[in-house]
Design a protein around this ligand. Structure first.
Ligand code: GLN
Length: 305
């Protein structure tokens, strides 16, 4: 595996055709696109790292996996009255479906859905308290207390967040938000701005590869049923309107972020984190997807056999 990952770094990771870094968040626009990392954490406790696997990057929408898990822990299935479980087939920041579906977002991974999730977690608390809880949860999953929010990125998102503000206000107009819109937005921008390395991210995702239990520490995070369900949502919705393509090419539950990271889960086998900042047109890491496709070809880890 180690040799194979190094090969991926030397081939795919060195490709000229790297996609474009996200430009709508100014702080992400200045990230060097020539970086690449891949980490595989297996359920039997092996950790294989290659490339810039200790370099911190903005996990962006990958954080939505952790906020969904937290929300399910707090509200259980009641969360599904606030957000759906269907692929959207639309871009991550799209507003069009919201009007037809009376402000109820299609799924927890598009921006509108993640705003609904944050609103659920806030439960009348201050954004700072809720953020501390989200951060603590991520640190606990990754077993790493150094994980933090990149305030520069959060500020950059806040300053240019008109689209997300529109989504939140639109949902509020349907009576869908229980907390003030600026609380919801502030919490959302900050959890998207958590900075992690591929090594930290792969470890944080291990519970989803281990039936809800971190197979290395033995700590149960969610029930096997809940882990299966989170994985199925990642497969169907984790790459927005590119989810079908990702399932076709890679065949693993995955969640991408516009920072160029992807967390992919091979149930029963491994948690994989890749990072390459350049994105395809949909906003998913271009080389990250290619690397995962190669990895699955090599390992036979596709959930479809
Ligand atoms: N924070 C980003 C946004 O709201 C997250 C989008 C993403 O990673 N796809 O636009």
């Amino acid at each position: 595996m180690q040799k194979f990952l190094e090969e991926i770094v030397a081939t795919i990771g060195a490709s000229d055709d790297r996609g474009q870094v996200a430009s709508y968040i100014p702080q992400l626009a200045c990230v060097d696109p020539n970086q690449f990392a891949i980490t595989v954490a297996t359920v039997d406790g092996q950790l294989y790292v290659a490339g810039d696997s200790d370099k911190l990057f903005s996990i962006q929408s990958i954080s939505k996996v952790f906020t969904l898990t937290l929300a399910l822990g707090k509200l259980g299935d009641a969360i599904w009255s606030r957000v759906g479980r269907e692929p959207s087939g639309d871009p991550f920041n799209s507003i069009v479906q919201l009007e037809h579906e009376s402000g109820k977002p299609r799924n927890p991974f598009i921006n509108a859905g993640a705003l609904a999730i944050v609103d659920a977690i806030l439960m009348g608390h201050q954004p700072k308290e809720t953020l501390a809880e989200i951060l603590q949860f991520v640190r606990y999953l990754a077993e790493d207390d150094t994980i933090a929010i990149d305030d520069k990125v959060a500020r950059s998102e806040l300053e240019t967040g008109d689209r997300n503000a529109s989504l939140a206000h639109f949902m509020a107009s349907f009576g869908r938000l229980k907390n003030p819109v600026d609380y919801v937005l502030g919490t959302y921008f900050h959890h998207c701005s958590i900075a992690m390395s591929c090594r930290q991210l792969a470890r944080a995702g291990l519970f989803l590869a281990g039936d809800g239990k971190n197979p290395v520490t033995g700590v149960r995070v969610v029930s096997p049923r809940r882990a299966r369900r989170i994985n199925s949502l990642m497969l169907m919705c984790g790459h927005y309107d590119g989810s079908g393509e990702f399932a076709y090419r890679v065949g693993l539950p995955g969640k991408s972020g516009v920072g160029g990271g992807i967390l992919a889960i091979a149930p029963g086998r491994a948690s994989i984190a890749v990072w390459s900042p350049g994105l395809d047109k949909i906003g998913n890491s271009k080389l990250g997807s290619a690397a995962l496709e190669k990895l699955v070809e090599h390992t036979g880890w596709s959930i479809f056999g």
